[in-house]
Design a binder for this molecule. Structure first.
Ligand code: NAD
Length: 292
């Protein structure tokens, strides 16, 4: 029997496709003015998941007409090796956009490395200088997942000024930037984390509910305000019937879709939009780098 959902599904793949087509047109325009659009990525070691991500990223760049250069460093690279490579990329006028794939070797402090990426080239928005600029409302490169969440919320047409928004999860790279962007949109924002007591009492007040906890099935129907916009950032791999491993989000999708006004699926929601936002940040960074 076909499942009927009350909520409208926010199709991240379709939204991402629209963004990518727009980016491809901007890249053609910039190239016609003699401006290169290029993303340089550093990959350290042999992590299989990171290598797959790097390959997919290279393909997405190529499809948008963006040049992608992958710098592969050996497993035993030290802080100084990676920092030295970054310094060269930071100083190279041909390089407009930089990102560092994770994980880095255990002995290397990831946050210290991320802080070394020149802020105007930091397309993942992982240098704390960039999030500082976001807080102050200055022009800045914003973390891609937070941008993706905002685009998905805006695609529903909801007016954020004065809306009550609840964010579950408050990490530096996902939850906190989302909260800051919602604050900048002049919403009333509640930030929650794993220590929040009576989480459902908070989440039920949200006209918008964003979940970025990484806990499969955390958000159930009774935690959602009827008609709310629900954005699922979480990604978990769980073993289902017959031992088959599948990817799910934080939201118990079928039951929440009976209550919410809009809900984003996993897979096919925030993930593809995050890639599209990385491409958009790459174009923005390259354009800024070429400005007189
Ligand atoms: P993290 O582990 O750094 O942070 C998780 C946050 O959730 C913390 O603030 C923690 O306090 C909170 N939390 C954990 N359990 C909770 C609970 N039971 N109730 C309330 N809050 C709880 O993770 P992260 O890097 O922020 O990533 C969060 C999730 O988003 C992960 O599943 C990750 O895979 C996913 N993610 C998706 C994308 C994407 O593009 N779709 C990008 C980045 C991260």
């Amino acid at each position: 029997m076909a499942v009927t959902h009350r909520a409208k599904i926010i199709d991240g793949r379709a939204l991402a496709e629209q963004v990518k087509q727009h980016i491809a047109r901007r890249v053609i325009e910039l190239k016609s003015k003699g401006q290169a659009v290029r993303l340089d990525a550093i990959l350290v070691g042999q992590d299989a998941a990171a290598a797959v991500y790097a390959r997919n990223q290279a393909r997405a760049c190529r499809e948008a007409g963006i040049e992608h250069v992958l710098h592969e460093l050996p497993d035993d690279s030290t802080h100084d090796d990676i920092a030295g490579h970054l310094a060269l990329l930071n100083a190279d006028p041909l390089v407009g956009a930089i990102m560092v794939h994770l994980p880095l070797p255990e002995a290397v402090d990831t946050e210290r490395i991320q802080s070394l990426i020149a802020a105007p080239k930091d397309v993942e928005g992982v240098n704390p200088a960039n999030i500082g600029n976001v807080v102050y409302g200055r022009r800045s490169l914003v973390p891609c997942t937070a941008l993706a969440v905002m685009e998905m919320i805006e695609s529903t047409g909801i007016k954020l000024v004065g809306a009550r928004c609840v964010c579950v999860g408050a990490s530096n790279i996902v939850g906190k930037p989302i909260v800051v962007l919602l604050m900048r949109a002049e919403a009333t924002v509640i930030s929650t984390n794993k220590f929040t007591a009576e989480l459902a009492t908070a989440t039920r007040t949200g006209d918008v509910l964003v979940s970025a906890a990484g806990v499969a099935g955390l958000i159930t129907a009774q935690m959602v305000k009827p008609g709310a916009v629900v954005i699922d950032v979480g990604i978990s791999r769980i073993r289902g019937e017959g031992g088959i491993v599948r990817t799910v989000g934080d939201v118990a999708f079928d039951e929440v879709a009976e209550v919410a006004g809009y809900v984003s699926p996993v897979p096919g929601g925030v993930g593809p939009m995050t890639v599209a936002m990385l491409l958009r940040n790459t174009v923005d960074a390259s354009r800024l780098a070429n400005m007189p």
